[in-house]
Design a protein around this ligand. Structure first.
Ligand SMILES: [Zn+2]
Length: 210
């Protein structure tokens, strides 16, 4: 499995095979700071990883989910300030998609992680305000527009909390950034992001307004 290897950007977790500075920040994070404090992924989204994640997401292979969760817990312990984290929040599916699929894969990962890290899962702390089309097949700019203001956080669950946002794959960062914005708007004091995998496409199209 192709792991994310050092050096990686200390903010967004991208492998640093391009230009970076002494603080180990990629060019995108130097010019536009993400809304989240730090994003960590276990693997690059290539090789067997996409297959394993698809088996988990679409074929309900829960043992693969447990295995993904264990690997994510190990990465979290090594690379995130775990003691500071108050709760885990899965990236939510729209209720209709959850009904179609029967479950939210991010919530399954969050529960596996919650057990491993002994942290509460705040499953309904963030919800979708509106339906969004799938991010698959959209350009980076379209992805940011698609999820802008799509989420809302419930302040009583997240106020003053340090939250670890959980998803399966980080691609452009648009979805986790929109969720992180909702959490910060709801009063969360910090948001960290943990995914099983991330694509290595540049995220130069990240924009403060999107
Ligand atoms: Zn970065």
């Amino acid at each position: 499995m192709p792991a994310i290897t050092l050096p990686w950007c200390q903010r967004c977790g991208l492998s640093l095979d391009g230009p970076y500075d002494a603080a180990l920040l990629c060019r995108a994070c130097r010019t536009s700071q993400p809304i989240y404090a730090q994003a960590v992924a276990v693997w690059q989204y290539r090789g067997m990883v996409p297959h394993a994640i698809r088996q988990f997401k679409y074929h309900h292979r829960r043992r693969i989910g447990q295995w993904l969760g264990d690997a994510m817990a190990e990465a979290a312990c090594q690379r995130l300030p775990i003691r500071e984290i108050d709760g885990l929040v899965p990236v939510p599916l729209h209720w209709w998609k959850r009904r179609l699929r029967g479950c939210n894969p991010s919530a399954l990962l969050a529960h596996a992680l919650g057990t491993a890290l002994e942290k509460p899962v705040l499953e309904h702390a963030v919800s979708r305000k509106r339906w969004t089309r799938s991010q698959t097949g959209l350009s980076s700019t379209q992805r940011w527009r698609n999820v802008q203001h799509a989420f809302t956080a419930h302040p009583t669950a997240v106020r003053r909390a340090a939250i670890l946002l959980v998803d399966d794959v980080l691609t452009s960062g648009a979805t986790v950034s929109a969720c992180a914005q909702a959490l910060r708007d709801g009063g969360a004091r910090a948001v960290y992001v943990l995914t099983a995998a991330r694509t290595l496409s540049p995220h130069a199209e990240r924009r403060g307004s999107a």
